[in-house]
Design a protein around this ligand. Structure first.
Ligand code: F6P
Length: 327
């Protein structure tokens, strides 16, 4: 079935992630290709309520595929959590003759979309982005691949200086309450230990790793810690190690927002492009209240109701691999 659309709205919402501009470009180009106009909404849901709208054209999205951030800007909106805020937003969409919405967002933005679509009737399609990679219905979210590569490159540099001075580094990466970034980056940099919220952090295990490293005269040790680790992040763990081993040169590095910026990797650009085109196709097929994702290289649709936060599933073999590599 092909549904007719004349003017769809497009917004980016929540924390930015590399690849947003690539997704914007893909949505605009795909929509224009099908004769549909695209109205860009500035500042996420805040701009939707304020009517901060601007037409986006295929020509206007040239040269943005490689840029980090979002040309539409973004926000985490408190006002949109209210019934009144969402009513205002719907009025603005009607005033601007919008007949469909494509949202590029994460878990928080999807919760807003669920509330909005329960109250107001307008076809709504979501595209998952977050460096945290913690959303159901897709193997990867836009921005995750770039973030882990940024973190990996930063930690490689830390390894150089750690090696030169026989230092132990505790490096904290983002991920909120999920360990995807820490787990994958930790494997990629050959970390001596990785601590994530999905597994119980055993400091005794860390002390064994450090003792072994010391006895084998290792010239550097890198411990990657997810910011959401239940023991309290890299600062807490490094403090404990400092107290127990005053003879070691222990350093702390919190990578922070560097992980959110930069030019997207090829994988993120391609994912964003596929999901952007997929979102327009979903609308044309008459789909509504769904999220478009990619699983095993296929484009898949998940009801918005099920597009929720997920944790990293640590299997026994993943656990075994971590133990082997840190031994
Ligand atoms: O969700 C993306 C993320 O970067 C998390 O990894 C992090 O915990 C959070 O956003 C930081 O948010 P803010 O930019 O508001 O400090």
């Amino acid at each position: 079935m092909v549904t007719a659309f004349h003017n769809i709205a497009l917004l980016t919402s929540g924390g930015d992630a590399p690849g947003l501009n690539a997704a914007i470009r893909a949505v605009v180009r795909a929509a224009n290709y099908h004769g549909i106009a695209v109205t860009g909404i500035h500042d996420g849901y805040d701009g939707m309520m304020d009517g901060d709208f601007q037409e986006l054209t295929s020509a206007g999205v040239s040269g943005i595929i490689q840029r980090g951030g979002t040309i539409l800007k973004s926000s985490r909106s408190d006002r949109f959590t209210t019934v009144e805020g969402r009513r205002l937003a719907f009025e603005q969409l009607k005033r601007h003759h919008i007949d469909g919405v494509i949202l590029i967002g994460g878990d928080g933005s999807f919760a807003g979309a669920r509330a909005f679509t329960a109250e107001h009737s307008i076809p709504f399609v979501a595209i998952p982005k977050t460096i945290d990679n913690d959303i159901n219905g897709t193997d990867f979210t836009i921005g995750y691949d770039t973030a882990i590569n940024t973190a990996m490159e930063a930690i490689d540099k830390i390894r150089d200086t750690a090696e030169s001075h026989n230092k132990i580094f505790f490096v904290e990466v983002m991920g909120r309450d999920a360990g995807f970034i820490a787990y994958r980056t930790g494997l990629g940099v050959g970390a001596e230990a990785i601590y994530i919220p999905e597994t119980k952090t055993d400091l005794q295990h860390l002390y064994t790793v450090l003792d072994k490293g010391w006895s084998r005269k290792k010239s550097s040790i890198i411990v990657v810690v997810a910011e959401g680790d239940e023991v309290g992040g890299a600062a807490t763990i490094s403090k404990k190690v400092n107290e127990r081993y005053p003879q070691f040169a222990v350093r702390l590095c919190i990578l922070g927002h560097i992980q959110r910026g930069g030019s997207p990797t090829c994988s993120d650009r391609v994912l964003a492009t596929r999901l952007g085109v997929g979102a327009v196709n979903a609308l044309l097929e008459g789909q509504s209240n769904i999220m478009v994702g990619e699983i095993n290289h296929d484009i898949v649709y998940t009801p918005l109701a099920d597009a929720r936060k997920r944790a990293l599933q640590i299997t026994p073999s993943m656990m075994e691999m971590l133990n082997i590599l840190s031994s």
